[in-house]
Each structure stands twice: as structure tokens, then as C-alpha cells.
Design a protein around this ligand. Structure first.
Ligand code: CAO
Length: 459
């Protein structure tokens, strides 16, 4: 049988390769194109599934797929060739390329020149459809929804092949509820069957998900209402980010006994300094968040219990000696939490630069999995929007999160008189299994002192 790429000089083909995906040996769970397909630049070629989430790898250029180099089940790392593609520009002007196949008379190159990577693969923008949402071939690849960010919160998006997902859907099982017994927590067919058996035995309807008795929680089924009976409605599917972060938030809210400690920080002096810094660094946006990151690092050093995670057994605390801070970023597709690393080693200006870069990347859907993992503590700032206090949800396996609201001028009693001060409302949610109330109050008060006296941040 002739090779699918027969007839096209090998040097006229370009390789589409796997970009930096933050992990090695990630399984291919879907191949979204076939030989002969025309692909647009950025169109998804394959879906990979790490232990955290699925991600689609887009075509780095437009053209026609001449040969597929991967199949479902292959495990890939950065640089693996996905396909040979006859690029549009190649097809238009074959003779104009410098990578023409060597002419017989020319000296042969030392290494075979099969095809050459000429364009860096586009970074993974994230995930599009849920693998297995539609039977293969049902939806033309070009009709797939645009890519979302690849990972939302460190956590456990279900890890299952499209076939298993389809099987779960057939049985009306919410795959988020199934515990995987395969390698790395991968969900197997048996896991779905076992889940159904347990659900039936407990009298719960599997499709309701929450109605099943999960982890000791026995909840009422979700209300089923025909809203159209009451007036005009419109349906809007959740984005992939919303689905994944929703599942994480629901687990964290249900499993972590949350308490939120509120505190006010007087940031009058800090704000004056921030403005001055902004005037001196006009090319840089100095967000109030960078001061909060520095203050959090100081508080984590002072109270190591906050820079910790419970291990899976729930019997051991893992204390971290590094200071990576996650920042909740609001994007049109939902919430993502990129992580700023080694914040203890960075100054305010470095953090400002990095924060600008990482939040832009988040909004452009260009964050890779590695940029969203390894956080020690998260900050969720609604300061640019408004509100006073709120209850942020702890981002497991972290044990605390700081919610920041909008600073306001308030009259503050200084012992003799009321004076106008800029007050920043803080909301510290924590895992009460790890942190007790007194420690949380101390942490919050320490944090407020740090923010109130910027000289302390330099210590
Ligand atoms: N009080 C008063 N003003 C504040 C403030 C605060 N606590 N925090 C920020 N601001 C100001 C900023 O200085 C900025 O002012 P200028 O426009 O005059 O420069 C303005 O508010 C807008 O700030 P911003 O929100 O665009 O930028 P930021 O650097 O402060 O925050 C980021 C960056 C990524 C955290 C933010 O853009 C964001 O996404 N916030 C939402 C996070 C979120 O959704 N959390 C909820 C999670 S739970 O669902």
C-alpha cells in the first residue's frame, strides 16, 4: 500500500509537533483529523490528557494532512511529530522552498531530510470539547468550539478515554463522580459499572450525580424544573473551564470545613508609595496585588501551617519551603489560577511584570498546565471590581486563600480624632481541619500589619 504521503516530495511537507505541554508521556486520547483533511492554522489536531486535564494541540499552520504519525493511546512528549502536513504556502509555490528534496545529482545530506519543522508549534491554548462529546466524525473538526484555557485549578478533572466517557453518558452517569482505579486515577469501564451498581444499591439515580451517596454525603437530587413553563428561556452551555473549575469548587466546598476570617488593612501609605512607584515606572502597571503577594509571603513564613497541604490520607501535613502564589484571574471563559513562583525571591517590580504577563496569557488562553500547578496559597482579588467582603473557596490541596475587596476611604479613630484612611477589606478562608481560628486571626492581623507598613515588606 502506498504511503499516504506518496506523491508529495517529502521536503515539501512540514511537521506539526507537540509543543511544551509541561509533562512527558501524555496519552493521546483523540485524533481529530484524518489523512486528506484540510486543516486551518490553530485547528485542533489531537487531544492529550494529562493527569490534570485534557488539552487540544492546534495545527501550527494551515494545509492538508498527508500522514498521521500518532494514534490514540500513544504517549507523547514535547517535540513528538503529530502529522506531516502539506502546508498551504508549500502547495502554492512548491519550487520556491529552500527545503526541496535534494536533487539526485546533488550530494546527499548526512541525515535524511524527511520533513522539517519550520514553524514553532502554537502553544496549547487549552481544551475545546470534552473528549468524546460526540462520536468520532459526528462533528467536523472545524465546528468544534474554540479553545479554552487548558487547566483551571490544580485538581482532578476526570481522566477517561472518549469511549469510557461515551459509556458513562449512555448510562446517565456524571463522570465527575466516578473514581478511577486505573493508572494515575484513570477511569476504567469497570469503575463506571461499579459506580452504577452502588448508585442503584443506594436507591440513587446515577444521572443526578449529586443524588448519589458520595463520600458520605447523601443529598437531595438536584431540582428538575421545566423553566419554559414560567416564561421565555435560553440555554447556554457552560464553558469547559467553568465545568472543570465548577467540579473542583464543588468538591472543595463540600469537603473542606471552611471558615472565613475578615480583617481590614490600612493601606493609606502603601497606596501613596504605589502611586509614586507607578510614576517612576510608567511602562509597568503596579497593581496593589503585588503588595498583597509580598505580604502573603511574609505571613506564610511567619505561619508555616498556612504554607502546607494535607496529604491524601488526611493524616499528615506537608509543609512547603517554597513560596508559589496562585492568582485567580477572571477570563471570559471562566476562572483560572496561574501561579507566580518563588515570590519570596522577587521584588515588587518583578512581580508586577510577571503578574501583567501571566494575566494577559490567561485571558489569551495561552497558559500551559505547568503555569497553573504547584501553588502554595491563592489570592482572589475583586478589588478592581468592588464589594466589601466575600467568602473565597480554598483551592485544594492548599489550606487557605485570601480574598481581597475594593479599598475605600473610611474615617478611622486614631485615639484623638477620626482621620480619613484608605482601608482594604480582607477575607481569609481556611481549612479548619488544619488551621484553628486563633491562628487564622493571627495570620490575618499579621497580614494587615504588613500591608499597613510597607517597610515591613522589605524585611
Ligand atoms: N482596591 C481598589 N482598587 C483596586 C484594588 C483594590 N483592592 N485592586 C485593584 N484595584 C484597581 C487597580 O489598581 C486598577 O486601577 P487602575 O485602572 O487605576 O490602574 C483597577 O482596580 C483594575 O485592576 P485590575 O483588576 O484590572 O488589575 P489587578 O492587577 O488589580 O488584578 C487580576 C489583576 C488578574 C487579579 C484581575 O484582573 C482579576 O482577574 N480579578 C478577578 C479575580 C476573580 O474573579 N476572583 C474571584 C474568584 S472566585 O470566583
Amino acid at each position: 500500500m502506498p504511503s499516504p504521503s506518496a506523491g508529495v516530495p517529502m521536503a515539501d511537507l512540514k511537521e506539526a509537533r507537540v509543543p511544551d505541554i509541561g509533562h512527558a508521556g501524555v496519552p493521546v486520547i483523540e485524533v481529530l483529523v484524518k489523512v486528506g483533511d484540510r486543516v486551518e492554522k490553530e485547528q485542533s489536531l489531537i487531544t492529550l490528557e494529562s493527569d490534570k486535564a485534557t488539552m487540544e494541540v492546534p495545527a501550527p499552520f494551515a494545509g492538508t494532512v498527508k500522514e498521521l504519525k500518532l494514534k490514540v493511546g500513544d504517549e507523547v512528549s514535547e517535540g513528538a511529530v503529530i502529522a506531516l502536513i502539506e502546508a498551504d504556502d508549500t502547495a502554492a509555490a512548491p519550487g520556491a522552498r529552500t527545503e526541496e528534496a535534494p536533487k539526485p545529482a546533488a550530494p546527499a545530506p548526512a541525515a535524511p531530510v524527511a520533513a522539517k519543522v519550520e514553524e514553532k508549534p502554537a502553544p496549547i491554548a487549552g481544551q475545546g470539547v470534552q473528549p468524546g462529546n460526540a462520536p468520532e466524525g459526528d462533528v467536523p473538526p472545524t465546528a468544534r468550539p474554540p479553545l479554552d484555557a487548558s487547566i483551571v485549578m490544580p485538581g482532578d478533572a476526570p481522566y477517561a478515554s472518549p469511549a469510557i466517557r461515551a459509556f458513562a453518558r449512555e448510562l446517565g452517569v456524571d463522570i465527575q463522580q466516578v473514581k478511577g482505579s486505573g493508572r494515575g486515577g484513570r477511569i476504567q469501564r469497570d469503575d463506571v459499572s461499579t459506580y452504577v451498581k452502588h448508585a442503584l444499591a443506594s436507591g440513587a439515580r446515577p444521572s443526578s450525580g449529586v443524588s448519589a451517596s458520595v463520600g458520605g454525603l447523601s443529598l437531595l437530587p438536584w431540582p428538575k424544573v421545566d423553566f419554559a413553563k414560567f416564561g421565555e428561556i435560553e440555554e447556554k452551555p457552560l464553558t469547559r473551564i467553568q465545568k472543570i473549575s465548577g467540579a473542583n469548587l464543588a468538591r472543595n466546598w463540600a469537603m473542606i470545613p471552611h471558615v472565613t476570617q475578615h480583617e481590614d488593612a490600612d493601606i493609606t501609605e502603601q497606596e501613596a508609595f504605589r502611586k509614586k512607584l507607578g510614576e517612576e515606572n510608567k511602562d509597568l502597571k503596579i497593581s496593589p496585588l503585588v503588595f498583597q503577594i509580598k505580604a502573603v509571603v511574609a505571613a506564610l513564613k511567619q505561619f508555616p501551617q498556612f504554607n502546607a497541604s494535607l496529604d491524601e490520607s488526611g493524616e499528615k501535613l506537608i509543609l512547603k519551603k517554597y513560596f508559589h502564589v496562585g492568582i485567580a484571574v477572571d477570563t471570559p471563559d471562566g476562572l483560572v489560577v496561574p501561579v507566580l513562583r518563588d515570590c519570596d525571591k522577587k521584588g515588587l517590580l518583578d512581580l508586577a511584570r510577571e503578574l501583567g504577563e501571566i494575566s494577559k496569557k490567561a485571558r489569551d488562553k495561552k497558559l500551559g498546565p505547568a503555569e497553573m500547578s504547584g501553588g502554595c496559597f491563592s489570592i482572589s482579588s475583586l478589588g478592581g471590581i468592588g464589594g466589601t467582603y466575600f467568602t473565597p473557596i480554598v483551592n485544594a490541596p492548599e489550606v487557605a486563600i485570601l480574598g481581597v475587596s475594593k479599598s475605600v476611604m473610611k474615617p478611622v479613630w486614631n485615639g484623638k480624632e477620626f482621620v480619613p484612611r484608605l482601608v482594604l477589606p480582607l477575607s481569609l478562608s481556611y481549612d479548619h481541619r488544619v488551621i484553628d481560628g486563633a491562628l487564622a486571626a493571627r495570620f490575618a492581623s499579621f497580614l494587615a500589619n504588613q500591608l499597613g507598613d510597607i517597610r515591613r515588606l522589605l524585611l
